[in-house]
Structure formats: structure tokens, C-alpha cells
Design a protein around this ligand. Sequence first.
Ligand SMILES: *Cc1c(COP(=O)(O)O)cnc(C)c1O
Length: 367
Amino acid sequence: MDKIPVTRSSMPTFAEYTAEICSLWDTHWLTNMGTKHEQFREELKEYLGVEHVALMTNGHMALELAMQAMKLSGEVITTPFTFSSTTHAIVRNGLKPVFCDINPKDYTMDADLIESLVTDQTSAIVPVHVYGNICNIEKIEKTAKKYGLKVIYDAAHTFGEEYQGHSIGVYGDASVYSFHATKVFHSIEGGAVCTADANLAKTLYGLKNFGIRGPEQVCMTGTNAKMNEFCAAMGICNLRHLDEEIAKRKRVAEKYWSILGGVKGIRLNGTKEGVKSNYAYFPVVFLDSFGAGRDEVCDVLAAHGITARKYFYPITSAFDCYRDAYSTAGTPIALDVSKRVLTLPMYADLTEGEIEDICKVILGCKR
Ligand SMILES: *Cc1c(COP(=O)(O)O)cnc(C)c1O
């Protein structure tokens, strides 16, 4: 059996990409908001139906700069059940993450708990649409409004998804996408902040380019987070094939469901009404009744050449760099799920036969 990776980046044909970057050999304009950057930005605005898109070198810098641009202070309520980036972005802005537990159904922030974590220091909520599962947007917006808090959604997992007919990019004061090579849609490395706030968009434009406003004017302590032309060109190509990419992933998810759905001791990712999914990940939670634990299943899969990921384990508040500063005791569900969850191989070209092999190995662990 060939080795099966956990993910595999989708790519346009070599000919399509080289046609897209050909003009760069005429202009010699490789970065600093060139024509590919501007074309990609326009196409994203149109595709996502958002007013402003600030393209960034990656999703992490998009998160960091969204927080800096909003001049957040004090405490930020967030989830520990996420990729390191979300928590790091908060801490690297000099802010204090306050961890809210997740709900066991879709692993997003339990919106009913947010209010109990608000203090007079709280300035924002940073929820994550984890695995592409859409947060309880209504409750989050309501709580934010009541206490005058900003909301920045980490929407890194949601490109191509819609909720109630809108792209996920329209929600909150800002929504942040990642276009990393491992995501459903990518520009090799890349990311974007989407917002309806023109001033915020203008600030982000400055911050990603050292805070430079004019040849003799630097007005902010910015950084370098510009997207280059080659990445923008890859994004333009991949956007043409996104629907096909998602349709193929849907077939993979359905095949997994047909074999693993209803198996005792296995909990699969639920669906939410009104959501058009992008099938970004296929998380499986192993309950005690399965017999074998998550770590054992992961090891047995690895022995068969199949890579699954303990995504997200450990929760961010348990990282070496945070565990002395933050407790995991306040987020028992996140802690428990992190010890039980495994994301299975998921990419467009995963074959039915490979999915059957993966499931056979998993079910072979059951006791
Ligand atoms: C990938 C990811 C990021 C960071 O995006 P990069 O483009 O890799 O910098 C942030 N948050 C979450 C939840 C992610 O999965």
C-alpha cells in the first residue's frame, strides 16, 4: 500500500501557472502591490462579497495586524482549541488571552460562556470557525454588542464556505483567512483580512508595508506582510478551480461518512443548518466505548503508512510557552476533545480505495 499523507496541496497545471506569471518577466515587478496582487484582491472581493480585502503574506500576519489595527488592549476572549497562530497573534500583540471552553458538538467556542469571561479589561472576542464549523455567530455578535467588544473571526478553515447565503468573510469587525498551502484554497503562503470598515482597511494597507504612507512619511510602526506577485498568481489560478476542489472533497467526506457513520464509539463532525461546507478537515473523536484510544489508532495508522494528525493537540493553553501562564482547568471540554480527536487524511484526490483502506485500519482497532 502506498503511503497516504494527511493532506496534499491542490495545484493548477504547470502550464496554467506559468501563463499566469509570464507577464512578470516583462514588468520585473515582483512584489509591493503589483498587478497580480491587485487582480487577486479584486477577484476575492467579488467572490467573497466583501467591501475590503487586505492581502497579507500569510494568515498569521493577517490576524496579528487585524488586532494591531484595531488597537486592542487588555484581555481577549478566545478558544484554546485552535492552531498555535490564533493564541500567538493575541500574545504577540501584548494582549492577554482569556480562554473560553468549546461546545462538544462542533468544537467552536461555547458562546453561552463568553459573557461570564467579560471583565472591564476585555476589548475583543477572537473565535475560530474550527474545521470550518461555523461559530454561534448570532450569540457572539449579541454579546459583543452588549459590552462594546470587537470581534475578529479566525476564518482560516472556512474559505469557500457560506452561512445563510453569505461568505464567512462578511461577519464580525473583521474575518481572517489563511491561504496556506495546506488549506482548501491557497496561494502557497498567503492570507487576508476582510472587513467592511474602510478606515481599518487603510490602516492594514499601511501596517503591512512598514507603516509607510509616502516617500518621506512613515506614520505607523508597521511590519512587512505584503503578498508577492507569485503567490497572488497562484491564488488567481486556484480560485478558478475552487468549486471543483470542494466538490471532490465532498465526495471524500461522504465516503468516510458511509463507512464510519453510526459506528459505536466514533463521533463525526456534525453539520449546521444554513452552512455550505468546504469539507476542509475530517475530524474523528474516539469515545471510551470505541475501546482503543486516539493515540493507539494514530500509531496503528502510522504503521500502515497513513498519516493522521492530532489536530488540535495539545490545546494552546497547554503549550510549553503558555502552561505556566494559563490554566487548562477552565476549558475541560477542549482538553478532553484534544485527547480524543484525530483528523483523517483529506484532500481532493484521495481515492475511494484509499478511504476504504484507512477505515479498515481504524475499525480494526475497535474492541
Ligand atoms: C493555518 C491557520 C492559521 C495561520 O495561517 P498561516 O497562513 O499558516 O499563517 C491561523 N489560524 C488557524 C486556525 C489556522 O488553521
